[in-house]
Ligand binder design. Sequence first.
Ligand code: NAP
Length: 352
Amino acid sequence: MTTIDRSKPIMITGATGYVAGWLVKKLLLEGFTIHAPVRQPGNKDKVAHLDRLAEGTPGTIKYFSADLLDEGSYTEAMEGCELVFHTASPFNPNVDHPEKELIEPAVKGTKNVLNSANKVDSVKRVVLTSSCAAIYTDATDCQNAPGGVLTEADWNTTASLEYQPYSLSKTLAEKTAWDISNAQDRWDLVTINPCLVMGPTLNPGGTTSESLNLLKQLGDGTLRAGVPRVNIGLVDVRDVADAHYLAGFTPEAHGRYITCAHNTSFPELAEALQPRYGADYPIPTRVLPKWLVMLVGPLVNKTLSRRFVKNNVGIAFNVDNSKIRKELGIDFRPLKTTMEDAFAVLVEEGVV
Ligand code: NAP
């Protein structure tokens, strides 16, 4: 049982990111002082949207300079904080050097942040943004889980440096976090494991998150010919922020929390956008047959490798979200709301 003193500052790594933005907003509205260690505190393009969020709220945001790869760089921002949210980690599956661009920042960064937690006496709880990618790589992994459904008991055993290295980065980072946490007993660790996060961005054009890249492709004509039936989990970015908040402030919160609202598919995401946006934007209406995706996929997109297509297209995907609903009381938004609100921001900003 860990009770957080709400008068103390809260630290959030990766505050400039898509997922963390909504958590920052929630904490500012509740009057918290946020310590935000970021790579470029002086870069207005990175932090201006956070400053705007703070305006007129009872909360405050203070920036510090830190990098996942710089040892000890999070210690100063952590001083005086009882609660630490560690969200920073690169989310981009299209990299040329996975070890350097994904694994190192994810794993070294987690070590770095948690070693600081070991040094700073005020810290009582760390909430780590992990991922369902630390649970599975392909939809076929569900078939090996009891009843075909993945739970918090499952760990990703199939990602590698050569295949889905982003998933490997999240798996290794979360394992590192549990190892460091289990070696001490002053602070506890809770992990939030979201599936694909979708919903409105607070910083259009300013994030590198793959979530927004996928959404853009549904509306900019890239997928005009159709989408493969890739089955995935999806959750609203605002619900992910609530999940972090509840994981931080619920004294009994413990262990991992799968944060997935809907077991769905790419064609269903497109379908959710059709009624409102189908007439004005080239939202895909067709489902591409597996044989065609197998043939053409690898030529048009390096993440659509034959192995990915074989293991995901048309294969059922199921995760169990009952732990977070029961223990943290989350009530997830409907899929249509998430997709429409997400797309509305891209339309307003002229991104599609
Ligand atoms: P994002 O918008 O790209 O945010 C990534 C954040 O990490 C940014 O704040 C970025 O800072 C920071 N970062 C990256 N490399 C860094 C480094 N070397 N040093 C310090 N900070 C660094 O992506 P996101 O979707 O919000 O992802 C946030 C977290 O959610 C990640 O841990 C990701 O794995 C997890 N997650 C995301 C999804 C999803 O579907 N989006 C699903 C499950 C889990 P800069 O602004 O300086 O680049």
